[in-house]
Design a protein around this ligand. Structure first.
Ligand code: ADP
Ligand code: MG
Length: 324
């Protein structure tokens, strides 16, 4: 039974970046204003996430790692209505803990006692009072130590770190009011200030050269609104990785959105070069299906043509009004 559980866990938790994604979502759901992510060896050796969110009491902590437990939906009606929080399946901590050695330390806001829980391969090893600041720290070590087959699928440290970096970058961009930081092997990769504005977040994440080459996008057709930043046509990279699109505040990968952005640049981009873009597309919740595949972050619009046109118009207008 334990083996089946671990294999199932390996399907959900593919790689360090999937661990990081679930833990950052938990921190954001917990109302954190700071989320610090530190990984070792691309996250394969260790992932540590610290937040200043609402924290957990000893009882809540004990419950948090049980299968199918969540504090985020109270009944089935919530599920049907769609929930405002990012995670709601109540299985991330349990699942991650089944394929790693995990330690959680947490203290509720305003509480006077913290708790530490040690979890290994799906079992609680120890739970005891511990001194710690308000908020939560989750440490995940030796990912897939008990599922060697899954461990073999991991790529190089550099590739695994790229995936982690991509995930943390998207959450940082989507949450300018949260101070998000990323460290790799004790070296700071980026740290945002959480001041609330996208421009300063882009500066922290992508650096000054890119930040200075960005122009604002602000567009509303009534049905579709588009806002964010896009780069001058000569500030490009050879990968699409810096073209980030969010639909109703959720990061998505959608070819239709990418192509819509590229269309706006017309013939101005060199071959195989891609601009920087951080674009937030808002549509009525019932005009979009973001759950086509939760893990792949795909999206399907009821009226794809309309959305595509809106994004192209929005970016074109931004470039034109800046003389580009
Ligand atoms: P879900 O996020 O789907 O509820 P998880 O397994 O990710 O399921 O988390 C289980 C529960 O543990 C959450 O519902 C929440 O109550 C609690 N929890 C997890 N991470 C945190 C955190 N960083 N701060 C406060 N509570 C947390
Ligand atoms: Mg969760």
């Amino acid at each position: 039974e334990k083996t089946i559980q671990r294999i199932a866990a390996g399907e959900v938790v593919e790689r360090p970046a999937s661990v990081v994604k679930e833990l950052v979502e938990n921190s954001l759901d917990a109302d954190a204003t700071r989320v610090s992510v530190a990984v070792d060896a691309g996250g394969v050796e260790g992932v540590r996430i610290r937040d200043d969110g609402v924290g957990m009491t000893e009882d809540e902590l004990e419950l948090s790692v049980r299968e199918h437990t969540t504090s985020k939906i109270s009944d089935i009606e919530d599920l049907e209505a769609g929930v405002g929080t990012l995670g709601f399946r109540g299985e991330a901590l349990h699942t991650i803990g089944a394929v790693s050695r995990m330690t959680i330390r947490s203290k509720p806001r305003g509480g006077d006692v913290g708790t530490e829980l040690q979890y290994e391969g799906g079992e609680v090893e120890e739970i005891r009072p511990a001194g710690c600041p308000e908020g939560t720290v989750v440490e995940v070590e030796d990912l897939f130590f008990n599922t060697p087959a899954r461990r073999k699928f991991l790529k190089t440290t550099a590739t695994e770190f790229d995936h982690v970096n991509t995930v943390v970058t998207h959450y940082a961009l989507a949450n300018p009011d949260v101070a998000v930081s990323l460290e790799h092997d004790d070296r700071e990769v980026f740290a945002t200030e959480g001041r609330g504005d996208l421009a300063s977040t882009v500066l922290s994440v992508y650096g000054r050269e890119v930040a200075e080459a960005m122009v604002p996008v602000e567009y509303d057709s009534g049905d579709v609104s588009v806002s964010g930043l896009v780069s001058h046509p000569e500030t490009t990279r050879s990968t699409r990785d810096y073209l980030s699109t969010f639909v109703n505040d959720r990061y998505v990968t959608a070819r239709v959105l990418r192509e819509a952005v590229l269309d706006a640049y017309g013939g101005q981009l060199d071959a195989d070069r891609y601009p920087f873009a951080v674009l937030f597309v808002e549509v009525a919740p019932d005009a979009v299906d973001v759950n086509v595949h939760p893990r792949k972050m795909e999206v399907r619009f009821d009226d794809e043509t309309q959305v595509r046109q809106a994004v192209t118009d929005a970016v074109e207008e931004a470039l034109l009004s800046n003389g580009l």
